[in-house]
Every structure is written in structure tokens, then in C-alpha cells.
Design a protein around this ligand. Structure first.
Ligand SMILES: [Fe+2]
Length: 382
């Protein structure tokens, strides 16, 4: 018997939908909201807007923003202490993947106790979490719909993947207006992250027809809109399409899981603290080359979704077009850099490779990868 499961939160999508945040939080039982965000999002004015709507719905609030890009376990511990002391009864994130993952991780510790390391891996959260609502300000992480929280273990210098259905928020409010205040570099990096989610989930061993339609739609939307979204940050049609792409990619990878690219970037991100989308850009084409022989038909479909004309080509050439198209897109948005260019030293490759072998995302990679394979891909990506 072949059984598949598929989870998503309630999704509210559209320009101006942040206005729904107050009544939505009240509807999931909030009386005092723990609002997680970061300084950039606060300075852009989105937290003030969210507070306005939350207060208009009669809710009290407490803001937590002591967190960094590639959020750390110690920041989550502080957040959980603040949550417990504040008397809050619901968690809201307004921001990108970092505040969202911190919000989820705070929810874990506040309701289940212990340390985050206790929950690393798949399905290790036992007790129910507080009600959660996420409003993303970037089009990339997809954490607003996913059953993932990715947090840096500062002692081991790697990213822990915590995967559990209880991490799927109750409500995702996706307002493309929030995207217009992020800069072009962040738009490129987050968009490339979303693209990596679409590709890895489409070739994942855990893919299903339900995840395939979301993954392919995300790849198609990103290939048609990411260049424009990076070139003109005020183009709301491109921003809206990227918001939808990130959302659909998030739905796909939340249910199909990811692959070797993320198993590897999680290690690099924990070590050198660059944007996760940049490390994906350095590694993704090399992992695609490695994976292509395992599922060439799927890579041909990816090529088509990327807008490639593969008529008349044999399967290998058609599938290969997907990698060429990805390389062009990465170059066009300014992310064509090796891992060495973004600060990784070659001497760390053995350690990173050993840790990547233990990452939960490697389990669903379409081609079995040995330690030597992962090391070879890291060297190519330098
Ligand atoms: Fe990612």
C-alpha cells in the first residue's frame, strides 16, 4: 500500500492581506500575541502595521526581535524565556525565514521544554504547540506553510533540521506588499532559495502528484518573474508572482522534503553565516548534475517549466537543459559565485560532508550519495 500525507495551513493571500492579521489571530484563540520579527522588518514599518491590526482586534502584544540571519539556538532559548514570562498565548511572526523559524522554535520550547537538540530530526515533538500565525516578508523560505524549522546549533556550527507536522502554522498570511521593502540582493537570494525548494521537492523520493503540481508551478513562476523582481523591486506583478512561487514551493517541499543541496547548505550556513539562498546558488547546479542520471524524465520536465524548448532533443540533452537554464538564471541575478568566493575554506569540506550525511534532507535525495560523493560535490562547488 502506498500512502501519502499532505498538510497545509489556512492560507490568506493577496495585496493588503496583512489587514487580516488581527481577526485571524483572535480566531485561533490569541488574547496576547508574542510577535517575532527582526530590525529590518520593524524599520520597514510592517510590524507597526501588524500591531495596529492586532490591537484593533483587542489583542495585547509583546515584541521579540533579538535574532540574526541564520538564527541561533541561544536566540531561541532567550525567546522561549521571554514568551513564558510574558503571559502570551499565541505566536505570530512578521518577517522572513529567520523570524519565522525562531517563532516556531520558541513554540517548541515553550510547550515541550528541554533544548532544541531534543527535537532535531523528524517527528520528535510530542505536545501540542501554541497557536501560530505567520506573515512572510520575503519570497523564499516557505516556512509560513512548512513543517520545518531550521536553527543553527552554535556548539556544532551546523543547522539543525526540525521537521514535524506540528510546526505547520495555523494560518499563513501572504501579503506581496511586504516584499517591496527588501533589497535586490535579498530578493535574488530568497528567490533562488524558493527555486531550490521547487527543484529538490520535484525530484524528491517523497514526491507525490499533490507536491508535483506545486513544485512545477513554483519553478515556472520563478523562471518568469525572478529576474524582473530583482531588477525592479517596485514591480508588484513580479513581487506578487514571486510571493505565490515561494508559497507553492513551500507547500511542495513541506510535504515532499528536500535533497542533497539543502543537506549541504545547512552545514555551510551554520559555519560561514551567509544568506542561505547564496549557498544554494553555489551548490544547486552541481547537485542537479549528480542527480540527473537518477531521474532524467523529471529533469526534462523541470527544463520545460524553466521555459526551455526541448522538442527534438534526446532525453539526456533535454534533461541537461534544466541545468543550463538554472546556471543562466543564477548568473543573471548576480549569484554565480563559488563557495570559496563566499568565504568557505577547503579544509572544512570533510567535516561539512560528514555532517551533511546526517542531515534529514539527504534521505529523500533521488540518487544515493556516499560521503565521497558529497565531498566531490563540495569541491566542484568551490
Ligand atoms: Fe531553503
Amino acid at each position: 500500500m502506498n500512502i501519502s500525507k499532505f498538510v497545509t495551513p489556512e492560507i490568506i493571500f493577496g495585496r493588503g492581506s496583512l489587514s487580516q492579521i488581527g481577526e485571524s489571530a483572535a480566531r485561533i484563540g490569541a488574547s496576547k500575541v508574542f510577535l517575532v520579527s527582526d530590525e529590518d522588518v520593524i524599520n520597514a514599518g510592517w510590524v507597526d502595521q501588524a500591531l495596529h491590526y492586532l490591537h484593533a482586534s483587542g489583542l495585547e502584544t509583546e515584541i521579540f526581535s533579538s535574532l540574526t540571519t541564520n538564527p541561533k539556538d541561544c536566540e531561541v532559548t532567550e525567546g522561549a524565556l521571554r514568551y513564558t514570562a510574558s503571559g502570551c498565548d499565541a505566536i505570530v511572526a512578521v518577517g522572513g525565514g529567520s523570524p519565522t523559524d525562531v517563532a516556531k522554535a520558541v513554540a517548541i520550547l515553550a510547550s515541550n521544554g528541554g533544548t532544541l537538540q531534543d527535537y532535531e530530526g523528524i517527528n520528535r515533538i510530542i505536545r501540542p504547540l501554541p497557536p501560530m500565525l505567520i506573515a512572510p516578508s520575503t519570497a523564499g523560505a516557505g516556512s509560513e506553510v512548512s513543517q520545518f524549522a531550521i536553527i543553527v546549533d552554535t556548539a556544532r556550527k551546523l543547522k539543525m533540521s526540525i521537521i514535524s507536522k506540528s510546526l505547520v502554522p495555523d494560518i499563513a498570511i501572504v501579503d506581496p506588499e511586504l516584499l517591496k521593502t527588501k533589497d535586490a540582493v535579498l530578493a535574488a537570494a530568497t528567490g533562488l532559495d524558493a527555486l531550490t525548494h521547487g527543484i529538490e521537492s520535484y525530484v524528491s523520493l517523497a514526491c507525490t502528484p499533490l507536491t508535483d503540481i506545486h513544485a512545477l508551478k513554483a519553478i515556472e513562476l520563478i523562471s518568469r518573474n525572478l529576474r524582473q523582481a530583482v531588477a525592479d523591486r517596485g514591480d508588484m506583478e513580479a513581487n506578487t508572482n514571486m510571493a505565490m512561487a515561494s508559497l507553492t514551493a513551500g507547500i511542495a517541499f513541506s510535504n515532499a522534503i528536500l535533497g542533497a543541496t539543502h543537506a549541504m547548505t545547512h552545514q555551510v550556513d551554520g559555519l560561514i553565516d551567509r544568506h542561505h539562498g547564496e549557498t544554494n546558488a553555489s551548490i544547486l547546479p552541481h547537485v542537479m548534475e549528480f542527480n540527473l542520471p537518477a531521474c532524467p524524465e523529471r529533469f526534462r520536465e523541470i527544463a520545460v517549466a524553466l521555459g526551455e524548448d526541448v522538442r527534438g532533443l534526446n532525453l539526456a540533452d533535454a534533461a541537461g537543459r534544466s541545468i543550463e537554464a538554472i546556471r543562466r538564471l543564477i548568473a543573471d541575478i548576480g549569484l554565480a559565485k563559488g563557495l570559496g568566493d563566499i568565504g568557505l575554506e577547503e579544509k572544512f569540506i570533510p567535516l561539512l560532508s560528514r555532517n551533511a550525511m546526517k542531515d534529514a534532507c539527504l534521505v529523500t535525495n533521488p540518487r544515493n550519495a556516499t560521503l565521497e560523493d558529497i565531498e566531490a560535490i563540495f569541491h566542484k562547488a568551490m
